[in-house]
Design a protein around this ligand. Structure first.
Ligand code: PNS
Length: 166
């Protein structure tokens, strides 16, 4: 049984993330999507609990996917999740250096842990949580970029938005 973990801030979960979750859930027997609590990021949109609720709602129909949170080192979480595969999405070469550094460091801290990259679907390769937050804060609609669970909360937070994005 191969157990994998897909970690991230997911602030908020967008369609690129959902694509990676769906594909990873087909590749591994069990997938834990884990939402990082990052005290250094104080300009977030949603609390960890809200982000978890969004992911839970989105993966509700996926039998082998569970949702968790973690604080501290990812390799420590990997031990508690009894998993040795980290799944990350790669959108473009611009993601690569950041991801490569983390993959090397995580493997140095725990050589049993492998990081495997899933290339984000072309149609979502331009979507990032940072841009979704920005567009939503500036009052445009992000309906084409995020799953329904995110959209509902974004609309509740910003009272919608009339300019369609994308
Ligand atoms: O969605 P993000 O912000 O790219 O996710 C980054 C995340 C949370 C996966 C990464 O920052 C992380 O693993 N943080 C936990 C702290 C840790 O283990 N740091 C050492 C990584 S080399």
């Amino acid at each position: 049984m191969v157990r994998a973990v897909y970690p991230g801030s997911f602030d908020p979960l967008h369609n690129g993330h959902v694509d990676v979750i769906r594909r990873a859930a087909r590749l591994f027997d069990h997938l834990t999507v884990t939402v990082a609590y990052n005290p250094l990021k104080d300009n977030g949109l949603f609390t960890v609990d809200e982000r978890v609720a969004i992911v839970r709602e989105t993966v509700a129909g996926m039998a082998n996917v569970e949702v968790a949170t973690f604080q501290g080192l990812l390799v420590e979480f990997m031990r508690s999740a009894k998993a040795n595969v980290i799944v990350k999405g790669l959108r473009a070469i611009s993601d690569f250096e950041y991801e490569l550094q983390m993959a090397h460091l995580n493997r140095q801290m725990n050589p049993a842990v492998e990081t495997l990259f899933v290339m984000t679907a072309t149609r979502w390769s331009y979507v990032s949580s940072t841009r979704v937050r920005e567009i939503a804060k500036l009052g445009a609609d992000v309906a084409k970029l995020v799953p329904p669970a995110t959209l509902r909360r974004v609309r509740a937070r910003f009272d919608g938005g009339s300019t369609p994005a994308g």
